[in-house]
Design a protein around this ligand. Structure first.
Ligand code: IPE
Ligand code: IPE
Ligand code: MG
Length: 252
């Protein structure tokens, strides 16, 4: 049987869940509190969902924490978000170790402070050999940045005659993207009601199932997550094939 480029998987637990954690600001506003209050509550939701993913058997959880466009926010909010990220990294490190979580940060690190970069390096090094779930945090990340940095790597290889332009295929190109070593997301979740990708994993989401919910991120708990998984399990992933083909594939 022609297995094609994309592996056909039946309705199983997603290996990789990617989430746009949106709605922190509105959650705080509903409570007449500053936006930062919502971001802090959002960190607690991360812990609950990380645990829910582990319990469900998800192998990779990718979270969009700060986009390349979020620099356009008021500088005070940007600063508070960076401080929150840094303190969450150090204060939650023990918990990550305890839960056997392997942490990876993706995004343009050049835009981050020296202090934050060293906190990231420390957390990644310490958790690198953990065998549990992989938690990928996208910080100063943009899907367009990712594709551009991959293109640059490929261009340099062509310039150095390590490869020819003819040898560039989608697979060869994709090997230069962030998290190329991990399975592509099976399930994309966006909380907070907006139905857009906001420059998240553009390439990697090509065949991902999308799930949108109005629930604001700080309220997104394990019950809400279970509903998202249940919805995913109802989907038929066809990867360009017909429904009949997919059914016969699962019968063999
Ligand atoms: C998501 O919540 C967190 C980040 C983008 C850092 P928002 O801060 O975007 O919350 P809303 O969308 O304004 O409610
Ligand atoms: C996307 O949320 C980025 C993160 C959650 C980190 P935004 O709130 O920044 O997205 P837009 O600007 O509303 O599309
Ligand atoms: Mg938002």
């Amino acid at each position: 049987m022609d297995s094609g480029q994309v592996e056909v998987r039946s309705s199983k637990i997603p290996r990789h869940v990617a989430i746009i954690m949106d709605g922190n600001g509105r959650w705080a506003k509903q409570r007449n509190r500053p936006r930062f209050y919502g971001h802090r509550a959002g960190v607690e939701a991360v812990e609950e969902i990380l645990q829910a993913c582990t319990n469900a058997g998800v192998q990779v959880l990718t979270l969009f924490a700060f986009s390349s466009e979020n620099w356009h926010r008021p500088s005070q909010e940007v600063q508070l978000l960076m401080d929150l990220f840094k303190s969450a990294l150090s204060s939650r490190l023990d918990r990550l170790q305890e839960w056997n979580v392997r942490l990876r940060i993706i995004g343009d690190r050049n835009g981050l402070s020296e202090e934050l970069r060293s906190e990231i390096a420390k957390a990644e090094a310490l958790t690198a050999t953990n065998k549990g779930i992989t938690l990928v945090v996208a910080a100063n990340y943009g899907g367009r940045w990712d594709i551009t940095q991959a293109a640059k790597q490929v261009a340099v290889k062509v310039e150095n005659k390590q490869m020819t332009s003819d040898s560039i295929t989608p697979e060869v190109f994709a090997a230069h993207l962030s998290i190329a070593d991990l399975p592509e997301p099976d399930l994309f979740i966006r909380t907070g009601g907006e139905q857009r990708v906001s420059n998240f994993l553009l390439w990697q989401l090509a065949y991902t199932e999308f799930y949108f919910t109005d629930i604001l991120w700080p309220d997104f708990d394990k019950t809400a997550f279970a509903v998202a998984i249940e919805t995913f399990l109802q989907r038929e992933r066809r990867f360009g094939r017909t429904s009949d083909q997919v059914e016969s594939f699962h019968r063999v």
